[in-house]
Design a protein. Sequence first.
Length: 256
Amino acid sequence: MIKFFRKIRYNLMSEHKTAKYFKYALGEIVLVMVGILLALQVNNWNEDQKNERKKEVYLQDIYKDMEMNIAEIEEDIDNNNVVIAACDSLLTMANNGTYYNIGEEALFGLIVKLGDYSLLQLEQGTLQEILNSGTLQIFTNKEIRNSIVDWERKFIGVREMERFGRDGMNQYFQKLNEFIPTYKIGYNTKEGDYTNILSSAIRKQYFNDISLLNTIGSIRFVAETLNALYTDKIAEIVHFNSLIKKELGDDLLITK
């Protein structure tokens, strides 16, 4: 087509038809510009399609990660409930003076259970990849985009409380090591025999140590507070996934 216009232009110049020459020259320029614009449109369309597919894959991966995070948080809530129950049992025995009535193995199980502090292991690799790769702009849904950006910030309070719980657990076991000879477990003792580890004198010392009992109360407080925070985070994650499900639709939502 361009060669056709060029041939006409040359003929017009040779015939000194300047006005017609400029018309055809202008037509040739317009044709080139139209071709460029069409090429750009096709290129932009292809790029949009690639980004759309990339976004769909990312959203599918985020959805699966969030489902695993919900399961992880629920497991930690269950574990914290066991810790809370152990704290309640120990504090009740301290208040009532009934710590002599429980068997050695059962008591030892309660004492060491307080070491199971919570530390969420969350799946967030997909979110970090999006932020580190600079592909955040492909997410046109503002609420989804904000959820991606704010993910780690929303867990700042949780992480602080988890660190507080870890510090309390360390303080608890440091105090415990002062008077409970745990090294005797499996050493010159029969399996399940905690008589020499939790003697009457040691029990009395344990259940009358105000500092230790305060630490147990602190561990309970942290576990209960974390469960409240975890419950809130589950609700936020469920909402996040509902946005993704709405964005993708059931046909594109692949969770396996």
